[in-house]
Design a protein around this ligand. Structure first.
Ligand code: CAA
Length: 261
């Protein structure tokens, strides 16, 4: 029903164990209104509860991934309202989703759009992708993690340059700087993202979740503590069927089947 689809801010398509989420607010260049945020998070939490879903792919359209937080929604707010609502704190629930999230970015990923991509675990870009944190031009600063996650990804020099000037960064520069994992042609981007998501979703659910947790911990922990955390997680996997199946499959020269874990 196309009339129904027109009212949906997030389109969901499931293929195998992969859920593709498409931002569907193109008239506002997929700006992140509170309504869109609630719909996206609610749909993802519902899908996360389903053991048959192993990976998310989040995408926009060929022209724009997402043009950022909704400036029209924010413009009228006071400082008191922003603090009372703890505006943007809802996005913490998006970042906390345990199932891996891949952002497939074509076109603009600006402000909150770049931050949305950075809250995903992997960013793949089409060659038309443009990343920026242009909040400085609006008299504000990034508010959904840009000053922190961008700095972790590309280092202080580039983060300062990008955030203080608000300039655009190409897909090639973003890959070189370490923000983007891989760049594809725009035509093959979604196919490649879905292929990677399918591959992830066929691994053991627990080992994927724990690998992700250990990598995320590297952003928070000193090296010595991170290494202990990694080793203990590694040890703990020896109490799980995934390890038994994975290693038995190697010895028996067959493909591991993690579908029963
Ligand atoms: N919020 C609300 N509406 C937006 C929007 C946004 N972030 N970005 C675009 N739109 C709306 C425009 O207002 C316009 O609506 P109308 O038709 O009602 O006028 C419609 O989308 C189309 O946009 P444009 O006419 O501007 O399209 P364009 O092709 O000329 O320009 C663009 C495209 C360069 C992406 C330009 O729209 C733009 O610069 N957008 C804003 C980018 C931005 O500043 N993002 C940061 C937002 S703040 C933020 O994200 C804070 C944070 O840290 C979370």
């Amino acid at each position: 029903d196309t009339s129904l689809e027109a009212n949906v801010l997030i389109k969901v398509e499931i293929t195998g164990k992969v859920a593709l989420l498409t931002l569907n607010r193109s008239q506002a260049l997929n700006a992140l209104s509170s309504e869109l945020m609630h719909e996206l998070i609610a749909k993802m939490q519902q899908l996360e509860a389903n053991p048959d879903i192993g990976c998310f792919v989040i995408t926009g359209n060929s022209r724009v991934f997402c043009a950022g937080a909704d400036i029209k929604e924010m413009q009228i707010k006071s400082c008191q309202q922003m603090i009372a609502e703890d505006y943007f704190s809802g996005w913490d629930q998006f970042a906390a989703i345990k199932i891996p999230k891949i952002a497939a970015v074509s076109g603009y990923a600006l402000g909150g759009g770049c931050e949305l991509a950075m809250m995903c675990d992997v960013i793949y870009a089409g060659d038309s992708a443009v990343f920026a944190q242009p909040e400085i031009n609006l008299g504000v600063i990034p508010g959904i993690g840009g000053t922190q996650r961008l700095t972790h990804s590309v280092g202080k020099a580039k983060a300062m340059d990008l955030i203080l000037t608000g300039r655009h960064m190409s897909a090639a520069e973003a890959e070189q700087g370490g923000l983007v994992a891989r760049v594809f042609s725009d035509e093959t981007l979604l196919e490649e993202a879905l292929f990677a998501a399918q591959s992830i979703s066929e691994k053991g659910r627990l080992s994927v979740a724990l690998a992700k947790e250990a990598i995320d911990a590297s952003m928070e922990l000193p090296l010595a503590q991170g290494l202990v955390f990694e080793r203990r997680v590694f040890h703990s996997l020896f109490s799980c069927r995934e390890q038994q199946e994975g290693m038995a499959a190697f010895i028996e020269k067959r493909r591991a089947d993690f579908s029963h874990d």
